[in-house]
Each structure stands twice: as C-alpha cells, then as structure tokens.
Design a protein around this ligand. Sequence first.
Ligand code: DX5
Ligand code: ZN
Length: 243
Amino acid sequence: MTTSTTDRLSEQGSGRTNMVELLPSILSADFAHLADEVAAAERGGGTIIHVDVMDGHFVPNITLGPPVVKKLRGATKLPLDCHLMIEHPERYAEDFVRAGANSVSVHYEAARHLDGCLNLIKKAGAMAGVVLNPATPVSVLEDILEVADYVLLMSVNPGFGGQEFIPFSLDKIRALAEMRRAKGLAYKIEVDGGIAHDTIAQVVQAGAELLVAGNAVFGAGSAEMNARSLLAAARKAAGEASV
Ligand code: DX5
Ligand code: ZN
C-alpha cells in the first residue's frame, strides 16, 4: 500500500491536506518597482502576493490602500491576499475586494462584529480570513471558525517587517490545526512574521500551509532565489516533492 503525502501529514498530526504555499509580502519590497519585485517572487515560486494594509491606528505604521491594490491587480495574475491591520475593517473591506483582492483578512482585535465582517467579504466575492495577534489565544475563534476560509496567526506583533519570530506561535499553530481536525473543518492556516530559513520548517511541521515572508524574500539578495530556497525548505518539511 502506498502512503500518500496527505497520510504522512496526518501521521505527523498536522491534519494538513493542502500543499504549502509561499506568500511573498510586499511590505519589504521596493515600492518604486513593485511590479518587478512581484514578478521576481513569482519566478521563485511565490503563488499568492501578501499585501499589508496599515492605518497608523491599529498599528504604528501606514502603508497603502485600495488604489495601490488596483494597480497591483493589473500588474500580476497571482491572487492578492490583503491583510488589513486597520481599525473599522468593516468600513473598508469591500473596497479592497473591488480593487482586486482575492482574499481579505481582518483582525479579531479590530472587528467589533467579526461574523458580519467576514460575511461582508465573502458576499463581495473574496475569501475571508480572521487574524490573531500573538497575545490573543486561538480559543477565542471557537465559534467563528466555520465561517472563516482561513486563519492568519501573527508570529510577530504587527506593524513592521524584519522582526523575530515569536516561538510560542508554534503552539498556537498546533492548537489551530488540532481544532480543524477535531471539527472536521477545512480552513487554511496562514502564518505571518519572522518566517525565514531558520523558522519555516517548524512552522510547516506545526501544521501551517500558507507561509508569509517579507524580509526573507525581499531583503538582501535576489527575491527570486530567496523565494525558491524558502519554498524548497517548506516543501521538504511538509514531505512534499520539490517542483
Ligand atoms: C507585519 C506584516 C507582515 C510582514 C512580515 O505586520 O503583517 O506581513 O511583512 O514581514 P517579515 O516576513 O519580514 O517578518
Ligand atoms: Zn501581513
């Protein structure tokens, strides 16, 4: 009897049934050459572009809004994953879908009516994700998990690229993967912050499949080569064959 990749992953206890994917985060890219940066990350195997939206209130930094997403939409065929680090996400989420986002995630800590906000995103035509800050336990999601298409666990405090991975995030990934298995749900687990060569294997082995990387892709060196080697490390950790 052959053992499929899925079986092997289940044996590891992750319950992961999806292939791992690399999500280059443009926060660390050269904003004057975004289209080129995204193209390089795609050549290296990035399959979803992670777009960090910050408002200077929810986090102490300001980045970009729907007009930039709209331009990016015209510059790449890859799905755009908008991570809203903003207050009142319900006021702006649809604008990002209209601008071309394929998935939009909102922070549990910012969305006062989280169920309503996730449904708003889905109704607008995108996948809806919920994000947790490092200090927010996964248990708060118990009742909303069936509504979310994916859960994004922050493994740094949001606001800036290039920070160090917070080790206790691994326990949260494991717990979220176990909740998925126990409930028979299919939400994907995305992890964001401090993912680099020294952390990516542990993140995958804990049960995540959507791996965001900013500095490790767009920092020093070639974005294409960086993406390629990160993805290879992730696939190896998942027991998937390199493509
Ligand atoms: C941080 C952002 C991340 C950021 C990750 O608040 O949400 O997406 O780009 O950057 P790295 O991979 O450099 O930690
Ligand atoms: Zn992010």
